[in-house]
Each structure stands twice: as C-alpha cells, then as structure tokens.
Design a protein around this ligand. Structure first.
Ligand code: FPP
Length: 236
C-alpha cells in the first residue's frame, strides 16, 4: 500500500446504521450490532497499524437508554464480550484502552471489565482507543461548568481566570488532543451530541456505508479524503 500522507492524530467515529444493516437482511437489530462490533475490531487494528494516535468511538449515548430494554442489555452484553475477547489483541497491538462518559450508570459487570482492561493496557504506548459510553457532550460541558463554578465558589479559582484551558481540563477528554477527523457512517448529517467542544475545527467525513460494512478499505477512503483537505483553522 502506498504510504498515506497527512494522517490525522485523532479520529472520532459515529458508528451508525447497524439497525439498517440488519433490516436490509431481515435480521434482528441486535445482529447488526454484533456485526458492528466486528467493524470496531477491524478499524481499531487498522488504525493501530497505521500509527494513528487516538481513536474515539461513540458506542452508547446518554440518549440511547431510550431504546428497547432488550436492545440496551444486548449492547451491554456485547460490550462485555468485546472487552473479554479483545484484551489480548489490544495488548498485542500496543493499544491503550480508555473510556469517556458517565460510567457509574453502566452495569457493574461492564464497569469492572472496563477498569480491568484500562489497567492492563495502561502502559501501552501506541494507539489510544476510547469508547464513549453513556456519553453526551452537553452533559460533559455542564459537568465541567459545575466543577469550575464549585472551585470558584470555594475560592480555588478566580472567575476572570477561567479560560478555554480551564474548561478543557474539566472535560472527560482532558489530556487528549481534539479530533482532526470525524467519520460518520450511514449518511446521517448530524453531530448527535458527540464531542461538540472538541470538534470545533474537526474535518467531517460522512459516508453512506453502514457501520457493519465499514472496514479497513472504507477507513483508507476516509483518510485519503482527509489528507487532501486544506485545514485553515479560521486563517487564510
Ligand atoms: C448505531 O446504529 C449504533 C449504536 C447506537 C451502537 C454502537 C454499538 C456497536 C457498534 C457495537 C458495540 C460496540 C463495541 C465497542 C463492542 P443504529 O442502531 O442507530 O442503526 P440504525 O440507525 O440503522 O437503526
């Protein structure tokens, strides 16, 4: 493969279209999610191989609790399975596992697995793979503002000293670079409450391909589109 130039440091992904993939095949929605988990595996390995620094998936939003109970519990089960199965692959590929979002609302079994996989992969120095779980950007910003307000009320910080860095430090993504490229599958043209602050200057790539069909070949297409862009960050 020709070497790709100008790779993004951080890729954010909205995995959409699992349900439609299943419907097209007259299968239950959950089988779309199962196939989608295989795309997570393929895309993560490809990113590790390409030397991408950060990869953040929108796996479960604060709004996803509204889905049928059965689907929610299947997604949690899938997550559990994924963490079990992938641990050796994450280690083999030098991937550091990370999570953003309101973890306390997740089932205990999932929380325990998350902290175990985080701990075992903490010293890895390659790709940082982050799952956004029970994540919502407005909730994240609200929490950050609440913490800053508390610090101000306690005299730890002066209101006039609050700047962009202060806010960034209080987000779940503290210490991570902002995404350079956001990929959304299945043709939907929305941000859906994902990393709103962090994506202020992000390049957006939307493909009609459904998430279960998005594998290495599609990732390369997105990277080629990104590398051809001219990012100006508001300048000329
Ligand atoms: C969107 O498709 C997908 C989700 C809300 C869940 C994403 C979860 C996975 C890909 C699988 C589990 C993840 C990991 C990390 C193992 P949709 O159901 O909204 O599709 P639709 O819009 O076609 O109905």
């Amino acid at each position: 493969m020709k070497k790709l130039k100008n790779l993004p440091v951080h890729i954010a992904v909205i995995m959409d279209g699992n349900g439609r993939w299943a419907k097209k095949r007259r299968l239950p929605r959950i089988l779309g999610h199962r196939e989608g988990a295989k795309s997570v595996r393929a895309v993560t390995e490809a990113c590790a191989e390409l030397g991408i620094g950060y990869l953040t998936y929108y796996a479960f939003s604060t709004e996803n609790w509204k889905r049928p109970k059965k689907e929610v519990s299947f997604l949690m089960k899938l997550l559990n399975e994924y963490l079990d199965k992938e641990k050796p692959t994450l280690l083999k590929n030098n991937i550091r596992f990370n999570v953003i979002g309101g973890i306390s609302r997740l089932p205990r079994a999932v929380r325990e697995k998350i902290s175990e996989v985080k701990k075992t992969t903490a010293k890895n120095t390659g790709l940082t793979m982050t799952l956004a779980l029970n994540y919502g950007s407005k909730n994240e910003i609200t929490e950050a503002v609440r913490k800053i307000a508390k610090e101000a009320a306690g005299g730890k910080i002066k209101p006039a000293e609050v700047n962009e860095k202060t806010i960034e430090k209080h987000l779940f993504t503290a210490g991570m670079p902002d995404p350079d490229l956001m990929i959304r599958t299945s043709g939907e043209m929305r941000l859906s409450n994902f990393l709103l602050w962090q994506m202020a200057y992000c390049e957006i790539y939307i493909t009609p391909v459904l998430w279960p069909d998005f594998r290495k070949k599609e990732l390369i297409k997105a990277l080629k589109s990104y590398s051809a862009r001219n990012r100006r960050f508001g300048g000329v």
